[in-house]
Design a protein around this ligand. Sequence first.
Ligand code: PLP
Length: 466
Amino acid sequence: MIYLDHNATTPVDPEVLNAMLPLLREHFANPASPHPAGQAVARLVDRARRDVAILAGARPRDVVFTSGATEAANLAITGVLATAPPNRRRVLVGATEHPAVRAAAQAAVELHGGRVQTVRVHPDGAIDLSHLRALLHPMPPSTAGSAADPEGSGGPRGRGEADEVALVAVMAANNETGSLNDPRPVAALAHEAGALFLCDVTQAFGRIPVSVTEMGIDLAVASAHKMYGPKGTGALIAGRSVRARLAPLIHGGGQERGLRAGTLNTPGIVGFGAAARIAAAMMDDEAIRQRAQTDLLFDLLVGWLGAEALEVNGPVEDGSARPGLVRLPNTLNLRFVGADADAVQSCLPDVAVSAGSACHGGGSEPSPVLLAMGRSAAAARESLRFSVGRFTTVDQIHAAAATVARAVLRVQSLRAVGSGEVPPPAEPGEPELPAASGRPAAGWTGEVSPTPGRTPELPVPRSALP
Ligand code: PLP
């Protein structure tokens, strides 16, 4: 299996596992217990808190451990709305936010009142700052008309009633396309309007530099399992003054300074700390290597399928169709024109990739992220996300490119057969490739089972690749 789905989750780094095992064996005590065994564990938790804080550019006290980014986002949004004044209950959410943020915002306004409005993104996935500005400072009701409510998604509000924004939620890096947002201008706009800024850094954390202090982020949410830590552990990172404006979601023994009650998940937290430490040491080198791998994957696919058969979902380099630099180095989201992504995926038993987000429940609905970027439903259904990781090798990229290219050509040719564009093959089984592809049919019909460490045989010599 070639695993190219690191944005869905990452394997646990062996060093992380080693750091966690003592917590499951000898260091099992409760860190809230005053006896020496408990205090020994409390020191390990403190160290993890410090390591996560360092990676986030925050103070250790600002880290509230949770069960993951989803819980952290729910705590942040519901927690802010619970204490917001009645005239400040609007929540602005980027159009490509993860469901953890979008659904949490919707639930929070249903519980505490207010409304959610969507901030548009540009076709490359970056947040539209002028639309954000317009939503933060809507025209007064007297001038309200067609253009006064720029989004119009929030429903009616009382005439003359103040309707300020409590929270702006814009992610640092998108999980499906890798598109990046610079948090600084978003923070500046939010603060100027008296709103708090929530930044989902789940996909950015450990991959690109994040500093909540320098970037003006009031509330950040992150998750261990996206950075080679364990599943079921994450954090909300919030400075003291912001924490004072949060109401907890979970009530109990007062752990995490009263913001998240419940006995700490000590193996998970210590694993998260170890993952943060490793990421801090490896981030720069990993980014260079992973960018080279996603670029190689793109070049190989263009070589096999032709540039016209591919479209990049996300930023592209100026004046070219190549993937741009303003994206997560490990992520490449491609549309394969004329090849349904689910069908391609079903031809890829040995390559793990994603059509849409794993967190969308695997339905065949087109990705809301791609639709928000202006892609058609048909284009979204033909799109696949590749996300490489710490243990991905160049050989795996070569093997995956060949296997994916075969699968795409197979699906395209089956579609052509189905539509009557080409005659069906004489024998049941694999269809002949359309002559127009300009590629030899022989050799393209079998599935590739890549041997680890070896590039599978290709139908034309490797030297034919660009
Ligand atoms: N935010 C983003 C951008 C994500 O990619 C994910 C997971 O896919 C989440 C939030 C939710 O994280 P968790 O699985 O820790 O709840």
